[in-house]
Structures are given as structure tokens and as C-alpha cells.
Ligand binder design. Sequence first.
Ligand code: KG4
Ligand code: ZN
Length: 342
Amino acid sequence: MENKPIYILAIESSCDDTSAAVLCNRKRLSNVVATQKIHEEYGGVVPELASRAHQQNIVPVVHQALAKANIDKKQLSAIAFTRGPGLMGSLLVGTSFAKSLSLGLNIPLIEVNHMEAHILAHFIEEENTKTPTFPFLAMTISGGHTQIVLVKDYFNMDILGQTLDDAVGEAFDKSAKILGLPYPGGPLIDKYAQSGNPKAFPFPKSKVGDLNFSFSGLKTSILYFIQKNVKENPNFIAENRDDICASIQYTIVDILVTKLKKAVKQTGVKRIAIGGGVSANSGIRKALEEGEKKYGWTTYIPKFEYCTDNAAMIGIVGLLKYNEEKFTDQSITAKARYVINS
Ligand code: KG4
Ligand code: ZN
């Protein structure tokens, strides 16, 4: 059993990326992601359009994943899929597809929690990437999630804190929208922030206690700040773009790092693994480097392809569950609200 290669086909369709991956043991053989461009013109994900696009994409994406991995579907050991959390219509596409394929091929079916997958993505085998040892703190930061989790083992995790309103990526994107930047604006804020002064405009930080987050107040204060200044000077945004972006980024990163410090203090755990699209942010990366020097943290950032929504991260959970024979049956249904460990 130990030496026999395990091939997992994984499917992810929780939001606006249709993805399929093939893993051979912990190695990723392929990881195909079809990002739905259609949402850009609406400034955010439109659920109905997302599920329709998943239906169109899923067959070609799975075919490509198998072809790139150079394996036949008959070689597959099991199928893993995202059960939730996510948009119900989107989840249903991946869930039904995975169920039918497992039935057709007569191989085990494995359900995966998307949030656990963001965390366990760190265990995909990659050269030049270090893997955290247990226990560690995982911070998942993306357009859909903001969570700090204490990871005691693969399937033993405690949520220490999470956002009470917007996700951190949304805070970036909504701020960018106020500045008239296209969706998703997070990467642009990061880009312009490089040449700005982070202390130019102080924005208030939310006062949520414990390890939870709140970003809606920040968004409102940015909106009022911009409206007030544009009234006085119609060119205010154009003249101060870089400073505004640097100040927004500084505030958001400070909120994240303050909570991380608190989580380290509370748990005594100094290994910090991050994931989610916002891990690309240069401000957060710099802050983590500083944390290594100043506070003795060890930080882990997976390859960017495993940070954003992708099926390889679903595949690694599939493999870990396969090893423990954690299979599901055909009665399984998608779960839009699906808490880690539940
Ligand atoms: O993980 P992801 O691709 O999709 C989900 O939301 O699940 O994350 C996308 C989010 C968007 O909000 C995007 O603006 C943000 O990550 N993002 C960034 C950067 N790159 C991506 N935010 C700030 N700085 C970046 N460099
Ligand atoms: Zn995600």
C-alpha cells in the first residue's frame, strides 16, 4: 500500500474559478484553473453567471488536467471535490460532476472543505518550499475569506478568529473601487503603494476585540475621506493616488499583523503559514519578513498557484483523507456554509 502511487483527481468550483488537478501522492501533476473573466465588468462575482460558467468549463478543464498529467481516468484512485463553503450554485456543479464520475469509474469519493484546503495546500510537495510542522498558525486571506486558525494536525484545527463582515481582499477591492480602479483592485493598490507614503493619510483601525476582524468601517471611512477631499479638489485622487494606496495598504497590513501577533501571544506558536490571494501583497510579505527578524517567527508562503483558489489544494486534502480512508457516499450534498472541523 505504502509504495503504490495514489492518483487523485480534484475538482474546485466554490466561487469563480473552475479548476481540476491531478496529484500523484503529494506531487501535483497538473493544476488547471479557468478564471471567469465575465465578472470583471460587474465589479464583483455574480453567482448566477458563475455557476453557468462552471457548467461550461468543467468538462474541458477536467480533460486538460488529465491530459497534462498524462494519465488515463482509469488510473485514478479517487475523486476529491470542494463541498463548501462557497456559492451554492457553483458548488453544485463540482459536486454533481465528482459524484457522477466516481460512480461511473467506481472509485472512492472524497469531500473537501475549501478552508481546510487553503491551509493544507502547504503540504503539496514542491522543491524549494518548506512545509510547516504542527502546531502552526494559518492565516487565510483572500477575496472571500479572512481567518486565523490553529492547526494541531491535518484534521484537527481550531478557528481562532475570522472576519465579521468583509474579507480582507474585499477591503482592498472595495477601496480600489472608491478610487475608480478596475476590479479586482487589490493588486493595483499594491502596485501604486510602492511609490507612496504609507503615513500620508491615517485611516482608523477597527476596534474589534479578540482575534476577529472587521473591515467594513475602514471601507466607509475611506469613502467619506475621498468624498470630502474630492469635493474640495476634484483632482484629489489623481494627485495623491500613490499616497492614498500606500496608506490603505499600510492600514490593512497593520490590522492583519496586529492580530497575528496577538495569536502568537495567545498560543505560543510562532510558525505562521499564510494562504489566499492576498498573500501576494508586498506589504504583508514584508511584514512577515520583519516578524521573522523581530519576533523569531518562521513563516510559510506556498507557491502563488496554491494561494489562489485551485484544485491542487483540494487534491492534497483528498490524498490525506484517502490515506485515512475518509470517504463519502453518493448521498453527499454541497454545503454553502461549511465550518472547518464540522
Ligand atoms: O484567493 P483569490 O484569488 O480568490 C478568492 O477570493 O477566493 O483572492 C483574490 C483576492 C482579490 O480580492 C484580490 O484583489 C486580492 O486577492 N489580491 C491582492 C493582491 N493580489 C491579489 N490584494 C492585495 N495585494 C495584492 N498584491
Ligand atoms: Zn478560497
